[in-house]
Design a protein around this ligand. Structure first.
Ligand code: UT7
Length: 306
């Protein structure tokens, strides 16, 4: 028995903010944002727990799982509804679950940290048969909309998966990394807004992610050319292009949503995964590489046989 992803769900708030909308209040323009970040619009106005409940419901429906089937809920978020209770508890109640629930905060690497943790917990004797893993972030609520260095990038969204024991699908290799000495280049104080040294984050992210993907591929015992589907964190299309080219995975194998979502932090990888599913490439046996990075700095990669 191994563990597979049995269902995927997503949720985006309704309100769309286009680049032209932003250009009305800050010194920026649509051409610059498209060219430098690959973003056309983003969704705002989401509440972390509400988006998570909606995404989880969709993932559960696709997996054919009811509330009693879920043995554990892991919620990845860096924008919890409150300091406490954990937002996972709010989501647990919202879904009518009776299982345990906890939050993971590794900022934009949250989904990878959550995925590897969840996978490990399912392998422990007595671990859950089915586990709900969700990335949900309301980054718009942490964004200073007068700061063009961050306002152009972030948006709200959620993505969820149901993990279940099965004969197909397995985690082949992974890597989780962090360098807490880089905290000052991307952070958000209690009650404050996101502060970012964009160029520095860009540089460090490319280096960290390339190293992380290389390590995970070595652990998996495969080469970059074996990867069928590449799902990178959706922060900036130029970061995705730089990573793909350095790792040796063609851009055609990436499945991106950034143009319409911006950077949704913990939600971006499951949102890209839902896009890959819609594109029809998540076939049983496909080698899928997911990788992310962000504040911390923290990063992570998982190489999965679908
Ligand atoms: O989840 C992980 C978190 N974050 C990231 O991964 C973000 C990583 N960083 C980035 O995505 C990029 O650094 C940004 C998109 C934030 C900025 O792009 P950049 O290519 O690094 O721009 P820059 O800061 O080097 O600025 C280039 C030029 C400057 O003008 P000059 O000095 O060349 O005349 C800026 O003043 O672009 C100007 N500029 C802008 N112009 C229009 C900077 N921001 C903007 C803007 N609109 N929003």
């Amino acid at each position: 028995m191994t563990i597979r992803i049995a269902g995927i769900g997503t949720n985006l708030p309704e309100k769309v903010v286009t680049n032209d909308d932003l250009a009305q209040s800050i010194d920026t323009n649509d051409d610059w944002i498209r060219e430098r970040a690959g973003i056309r619009e983003r969704r705002v106005g989401g509440i972390t727990s509400e988006m998570a409940v909606a995404a989880c419901r969709e993932a559960m429906a696709q997996a054919g799982a009811g509330p009693d089937d879920i043995g554990l809920l892991v919620l990845c978020t860096t924008s919890p509804d409150q300091t406490f209770p954990a937002t996972s508890a709010v989501v647990q109640a919202g879904l009518g679950l009776s299982c345990g629930a906890f939050d993971v905060n590794a900022v934009c690497a949250g989904f990878l940290y959550g995925y590897v943790t969840a996978y490990g917990l399912m392998c422990v004797p007595g671990g859950p048969e089915k586990l709900l893993l969700c990335g949900s972030d309301a980054m718009a609520s942490l964004t200073d909309w007068t700061d063009r260095g961050t306002a152009i990038l972030f948006g709200d969204g959620a993505g969820a998966v149901v993990l279940e024991r099965h004969v197909e699908g397995e985690l082949l290799g992974w890597d989780l990394g962090a360098d807490g000495s880089l905290g000052s280049i991307l952070y958000c104080d209690h009650g404050g807004f996101i502060k970012m040294e964009g160029r520095e984050v860009f540089r460090k992210a490319v280096r960290a992610v390339v190293g992380s993907v290389d390590k995970a591929l070595v652990n998996a015992g495969i080469q970059a050319s074996d990867v069928d589907v590449f799902l990178p964190h959706q922060a900036n299309i130029r970061i995705i292009e730089a990573v793909a080219s350095r790792v040796g995975i063609p851009m055609e194998k990436t499945h991106n949503v950034i143009a319409h979502t911006g950077n949704t932090s913990s939600a971006s990888i499951p949102l890209a995964m839902a896009q890959a599913q819609a594109d029809g490439v998540l076939e049983p046996g496909a080698i899928v590489c997911m990788t992310g990075f962000g504040g911390g700095m923290a990063w992570g990669t998982a190489v999965v046989r679908w």
